[in-house]
Write a protein that binds this ligand. Structure first.
Ligand code: HEM
Length: 433
């Protein structure tokens, strides 16, 4: 998932002073709305406001257009005339962009690659996510879900309340990604912590301080995965990563590239699912009618998961660049102009089919881990409701930056990593087992 990084220093929506002059008209409104995403407990109405400004909104201050309409977003994601801002594009068009190593890693990874490089890389990586691989993962995911729910139950019994993020949303997907890459389970918390610090590199408007921290996290991630990749090359096993390393090396892919792709695979697979697990629990538990209906009709759970994915997509913003001038929904787009594709806005576009969504993208970059994400959500949500029959939200989600050290999901990831996300507390009178 690609953020569209500014080509020149851009005032951060989070840090801009309240006395700073605002651009007038839709551009000013877009900037104000983007700024609000940082502070709203529930950002999704903000995405609706963005869409109300139009399906395509020019933002000259960012040399970009914000795309919010479902059809328009779908078109931009599918049409090869719109490319990812990969390293070659940034070298040609974005002065000084290599200043931060975390941003370089991000730009060099598979989700930011363009064909033909993208095609070959994706073909190799896709091996880890085909049907057989997922069937093998299912019992692992089920066991991890129940082990997380055991911890949640113990915390609820001990304290009356418990943090979903601490017991499920963070450990589950980080441990699942450790299984996918055959990494030691005990490394999951460290990798999860580094990933959380790294995500500023994928934000739309990262601050310098956040990027400095992301760089430190990137160094640690790269050092970790360099050791892993070298080890798999030296002593290959039958695991997915060993197979991928061998295939990529045979294709002439350098070790540094492989390391970046592997680290980014962990980052992407962990952060997005972490956010979605919390969103799913919050969406269901904040609607007692829905909770009761799902308990009565567990067969509706699959549709409920899909609806959460549609209405609360974890990847908020993905980026593209126009390779030639065109007109989108009546708005002229110049060559090399950036497109900020706002997925939550598109998914809630009432002009589109009610269940249609772009949560996993569309076209050649369609999410490689979509089935793995659905697997985790599909195992987690029914188990949560059936094992904790009287589960409630303990309080409202916490807006703004959480207290230092508080467990958090930086949702939604990619483009805009929102630190306000849902910090979900749960309380229960009774838990099964
Ligand atoms: C709910 C969870 C997830 C969401 C919402 C999500 C969303 C997305 C989106 C929107 C894209 C397309 C980006 C674009 O077009 O620029 C994407 C691509 C990608 N996703 Fe996911 N993702 C999720 C989970 C995962 C997981 C679990 C993994 C890996 C284990 C993963 C790996 C990838 C990769 C490697 C790509 C790049 C594919 C390519 O460029 O060919 N994702 N994801």
């Amino acid at each position: 998932m690609s953020a569209v990084l500014p080509t020149a220093p851009t005032p951060s929506p989070t840090t801009a002073s309240s006395t700073e002059p605002e651009a007038a008209g839709p551009q000013g409104q877009v900037m104000r709305l983007l700024r609000r995403l940082r502070t709203e407990a529930d950002p999704y109405p903000v995405f609706d406001r963005l869409r109300e400004l139009g399906p395509v909104i020019p933002v000259p201050a960012l040399n970009a257009a914000v795309v919010t309409g479902f059809q328009e977003c779908r078109h931009v994601l599918r049409d090869p005339a719109f490319i990812l801002p990969d390293t070659a594009w940034r070298d040609a068009h974005a002065d000084g962009w290599r200043h931060h190593r975390s941003v370089v890693s991000y730009a060099a990874s598979l989700p930011n690659a363009n064909p033909p490089r993208h095609t070959a890389l994706r073909a190799h990586l896709a091996q880890g996510f085909h049907r057989t691989a997922l069937a093998e993962l299912r019992p692992v995911v089920t066991a991890l879900v129940h082990s997380g729910l055991n911890d949640l139950g113990a915390a609820l019994r001990a304290h009356g309340t418990a943090d979903l993020t601490e017991h499920i949303s963070r450990p589950l997907p980080s441990r699942v990604m450790c299984k996918v890459l055959s990494l030691p389970d005990e490394d999951a918390p460290v990798l999860a912590g580094l990933t959380a610090r790294w995500t500023a590199a994928a934000e739309l408007f990262p601050s310098e301080a956040d990027l400095d921290d992301a760089d430190a996290a990137d160094s640690a991630l790269v050092a970790y995965f360099l050791r892993v990749v070298q080890e798999r090359e030296r002593c290959p096993g039958r695991d997915f990563l060993s197979t991928w390393v061998a295939a990529a090396r045979a294709d002439g892919v350098g070790i540094d590239d492989i390391v970046v792709h592997t680290a980014q695979l962990f980052v992407t697979g962990f952060m997005t699912v972490q956010s979605s697990l919390t969103s799913a629990a919050y969406a269901v538990l904040s609607s007692p009618g829905l909770t009761a209906a799902l308990r009565r009709r567990p067969e509706d759970m699959g549709a409920a998961v899909e609806e959460v994915l549609r209405t609360r997509p974890a990847a908020a913003v993905v980026g593209r660049v126009a390779t030639r001038g065109c007109v989108l929904a009546g708005v002229p787009v110049a060559a090399q102009q950036r497109l900020i594709v706002v997925i939550p806005a598109a998914n809630r576009d009432t002009r589109a089919a009610a269940t249609a969504h772009l949560t996993f993208g569309v076209g050649v970059h369609y999410c490689l881990g979509a089935a793995l994400a659905r697997l985790q959500l599909g195992e987690f949500l029914p188990a949560l409701l059936s094992r904790f029959p009287s589960l409630r939200l303990a309080d409202a989600p916490v807006p703004g930056d959480p207290a230092p050290g508080a467990p958090l999901d930086p949702a939604p990831m990619a483009g805009i990593a929102l630190p306000h996300h849902v910090r979900l507390l749960t309380t229960t009178a009774r838990a099964t087992r």
